[in-house]
Design a protein around this ligand. Structure first.
Ligand code: XMP
Length: 431
């Protein structure tokens, strides 16, 4: 592998991706990694030091551990002054094409790295590692049906079969047919050991009359952990907890030099006596590699290319205090939107698209009579990192067809609006 030492450069991940795209495995490690730790990493062929020598953390300049310079590894230094010597190169090109040329030269001429990084090899390696880590013990996984947890499930099923216990909690705020598809794919097709918990009523009861968005989020998060904990306690002899932690989770929140972009969220919050050893087989994968891994493992495209979906689910799209009629209106209109986006070929083009139902009504006419019903708001946005977003300029005929279907097929709705707001000022979700 090629090791990139992290001196806080934003393009570390870009370089890591480029190297992997050239078929060579690469990992980003802390700038001050010890020679001992470095030599324990498997098959290190070369090191890239990326970032200035005078970078600061909390006002204190940082530097690499100089002991690694004389350990015999080929080193490519980028914007970093090194003592000149054999095996050491400095500087950085201007364009991406030049970058690739320099990288290729470094990887294949200087380091003589092998091109053996591909999903098939990754899966084979992970299966061996999982088997070694877990032995004949049992592993628990909270399987939401999202891309990361689904790929972890498929990988673990392949590695240890029924030793994996998946728990799918339906909090009643899932999209239409979502829990059903988790059962179909994992229980029926992959023969997984799947515990399905229908906690819909329980969540809806807890959320009754709660209108404040933050309070809703807190209740959903806390209740989720409670339900999961109850299920975990019913199961005997579990030693491990699998998690769909992926590389950006680590790179964005775990390195010494990175500004915290978002905190790393996972099934934390379990009580002390329920602490498990973690199994995190996707730890080193970028999101698109996770998808490629899912496809290689035979997961359906719909699951692998699923758009991001917030933990609190439709709960933050049924605005204010959740009611069953409005929740159904969100679920049905969202299903129509997804169907029509697929027909129009927008499902792979638009990053995130969904509907919202607010807690106010407007006047309309239905069947020649006055109606007083809810509006449905459509939101469709594009983004790279969810920190900023622009709206998708959907063709009128597509919007009109969706509007027509929502007005005809969704009960309690008499108006459809399209949200034109970018982020900022608006956030992507309404709550
Ligand atoms: P906002 O609304 O903050 O959303 O612009 C940015 C992205 O994050 C998703 N989102 C969440 N994801 N748990 C999640 O896993 C959450 O509580 C949550 N809230 C928002 C949102 O769908 C968008 O993609």
């Amino acid at each position: 592998m090629i090791v990139i030492l992290d001196l806080g450069s934003q393009i570390n991940t870009v370089i890591a991706r480029m190297i992997r795209d050239l078929g060579v495995y690469s990992e980003i490690h802390p700038h001050d990694i010890s020679l001992d730790k470095l030599s324990q990493l498997p098959n290190v062929k070369g090191i890239i030091i990326n970032g200035g020598k005078n970078n600061l953390i909390g006002g204190v300049p940082i530097d690499t551990n100089h002991a690694i310079y004389d350990a015999g590894y080929p080193i490519l230094a980028v914007n970093h002054q090194l003592a000149k010597g054999e095996n050491k190169r400095e500087g950085w090109p201007e364009t991406e094409a030049e970058t690739r040329e320099v990288l290729k030269y470094f990887l294949f001429d200087t380091c003589r790295a092998e091109t053996n990084w591909n999903m098939k090899n990754f899966i084979d390696d992970q299966i061996d590692l999982i088997k070694k880590q877990v032995g004949d013990k049992k592993v628990l996984l909270a399987l939401s049906g999202g891309v990361d947890s689904s790929v972890v499930a498929a990988l673990l099923i392949k590695a240890i079969g029924k030793q994996l216990v998946c728990v799918h909690v339906n909090h009643g705020l899932m999209r239409k047919d979502e829990s059903e598809s988790v059962i179909e794919v994992f229980k029926n097709q992959m023969d997984a050991n799947l515990v399905y918990v229908d906690a819909s009523e329980r969540f809806l009861n807890k959320l009754e009359n709660i209108a404040d968005p933050e309070e809703k989020r807190k209740i959903i998060g806390a209740e989720f952990i409670r339900v999961f904990e109850e299920e975990a306690r019913k199961l005997e002899g579990i030693d491990f907890l699998a998690q769909g932690t992926i590389y950006p989770d680590i790179v964005e929140s775990g390195t010494k030099t990175a500004a915290i972009v978002k905190s790393h969220h996972n099934v934390g919050g379990l009580p002390e006596d329920l602490k498990f050893e973690l199994v995190e087989p996707l730890f080193h994968l970028f999101k698109d590699e996770v998808r490629a891994c899912g496809l290689e493992l035979g997961l359906p495209e719909e699951m692998v290319y699923r758009q991001p979906f917030p933990g609190p689910g439709l709960g933050v799209r049924c605005l204010g205090a959740i009611t069953k009629d409005r929740l159904e209106a969100v679920r049905e209109s969202d299903a129509i939107l997804r169907e029509e986006f697929k027909i129009a070929g927008l499902n792979k083009k638009v990053w995130q698209y969904f509907t919202i139902v607010p807690d106010f009504k407007s006047v309309g006419i239905k069947n020649d009579a006055r109606s007083f019903e809810y509006p449905v708001i459509i939101r469709a946005i594009n983004t790279i990192d969810a920190m900023t977003a622009s709206i998708e300029q959907i063709e009128w005929p597509v919007l009109l067809k969706i509007t027509d279907r929502i007005l005809n097929e969704v009960p309690n709705v008499n108006r459809v609006c399209y949200d034109l707001s970018p982020k900022p000022c608006a956030t992507i979700e309404w709550e």
